[in-house]
Ligand binder design. Structure first.
Ligand code: ZN
Length: 434
């Protein structure tokens, strides 16, 4: 036999550290054995080769090992190998292993069964021997995240076996369906980008489920398929249906059966007729025909959804929730929805809203829209002045005059006085931060 390709002796000299760690050395030996056709060798011959490769110092240690008992079905080679393994394999730090075992608490999404199988793995290097089950049982009692289970187990007394522990936990877990979270089922949510603004939050919620069904129900209906995560279009539609407080299904059904939208879909599929030949139901769309597009039965004007007639009142009422004034109601709608004569319908709704009319006696007056002030060419050309107060402070400094330069946006506080009716004497100038 050619020993020139055998691994170097495990221990190079007396008292020396192994040149190669045992797990690696024994793998090298296995390879060598295969290379010399050792598969067909007898156990005694393999043992002899192993000891030869081990080298003189290794053999000396082997011979000094305490006597051991061969396990059932174990041949001479396996027996020797196991004894060498016990001697040379690096020892695990039992303290560290036990610490890891005891620190392993039940995770929120984990059943007791799953947890216990992990504890069993950890316990295998803890040298708990035949008390392993006992330690696992104690760990379950101490570190379960269900106080109900803990109480129940503590009532069992000291005869409680690990098997019984698992039976009890199974019963309790199945009595509380829906409490466990199956991470796999909510994976799309866990992996979804964190919503950063209102729009992405709406999209996120829309993907989970409609407002009416609630998030929890949406979760339970999430399919598991790989291809689940929706494309941009379906996120957009989900967000729109959420904003309109209608389900996507209602939106699709109502759009599909809307006569007017049907006419438009016909035009979009072919071409628009001349204005005077347009179907009277579709006239409100003619002006915006270049902005219209179609996605399944849904119609869009740009990014905005064309709400089918049957759902318009609901969408309107939803936008008017909280009895917002006309401007707010319109703003809420216009960002996401469109249909012809939308503005007029908002006005009509507000006039007919009982709460709004009863509360104010008349329809709430719309505030004039904010007008931007043109930027002046330089500082001190255009100033705004106002009196502020009363403020906290000494009696003679209760009121102040604020002067704002429209160019620089600086706000010097010009002077203070006891009351705003007194003439300004000894004006003091305060500057922001000064
Ligand atoms: Zn109202």
């Amino acid at each position: 036999m050619d020993f020139s390709v055998a691994p170097a002796p495990f221990l190079p000299a007396a008292g020396a550290e192994p040149g190669t760690a045992w797990p690696r050395w024994i793998r090298m030996f296995d390879n060598f054995l295969v290379a010399v056709g050792g598969g067909s060798f007898s156990a005694a011959r393999k043992e002899a080769i192993l000891l030869t490769c081990l080298g003189a110092e290794g053999q000396r240690i082997f011979e000094s090992l305490p006597a051991a008992v061969k396990q059932e079905g174990e041949d001479q080679y396996a027996f020797t190998r196991r004894r060498l393994e016990a001697q040379f394999a690096p020892r695990q730090n039992v303290c560290v292993e036990r610490y890891r075992f005891r620190s392993r608490v039940q995770q929120t999404e984990e059943t007791v069964q799953q947890w216990v199988s992990i504890l069993r793995q950890l316990a295998s290097s803890c040298e708990y021997g035949d008390r392993t089950d006992e330690f696992i049982r104690d760990q379950v009692i101490e570190r379960t995240n269900s106080s109900k289970l803990r109480q129940r187990l503590l009532m069992e007394g000291s005869d409680l076996t690990l098997e019984r522990t698992l039976t009890i936990s199974d019963t309790l877990e199945s009595a509380e369906p829906g409490v466990r979270i199956d991470r796999e089922r909510i994976r799309p949510l866990l992996e979804a980008a964190e919503p950063r603004d209102e729009k992405s939050l709406r999209a996120f919620l829309g993907a989970v489920g409609s407002e009416r069904n609630g998030v929890a129900d949406g979760l339970s209906r999430l399919p598991v398929a790989e291809t689940w995560w929706p494309d941009d279009d379906s996120i957009q539609i989900a967000a729109l249906s959420l904003a309109a407080a209608v389900t996507e299904e209602e939106l699709r059904d109502a759009s599909a059966s809307d006569e007017c939208l049907d006419v438009i879909r016909g035009y979009l599929a072919g071409r628009w007729p001349r204005q005077r030949d347009v179907d009277p139901r579709a006239t409100g769309f003619y002006q915006v025909r270049d902005e219209l597009s179609q996605l399944g039965p849904l119609l869009f004007r740009g990014e905005r959804l064309v709400v089918p007639a049957a759902l318009r009142e609901r969408v309107l009422r939803n936008a008017h929730e909280g009895h917002q004034g006309e401007t707010r109601t319109k703003q809420r709608l216009r960002a996401q929805f469109w249909w012809p004569r939308l503005d007029k319908e908002v006005r009509d709704l507000l006039r007919s809203c009982e709460v709004c009319t009863q509360h104010d006696g008349h329809v709430r007056q719309e505030r004039p829209p904010l007008q931007p002030i043109p930027l002046p060419d330089g500082p001190w050309q255009r100033l705004m002045i106002d009196v502020i107060g009363p403020m906290q402070g000494p009696q003679h400094e209760r009121y102040g005059i604020v002067l704002c330069d429209m160019f620089s946006s600086a706000h010097p506080l010009l002077g203070t006085q006891k009351s705003c009716s007194q003439p300004l004497s000894n004006p003091k100038v305060y500057r922001p931060g000064g």
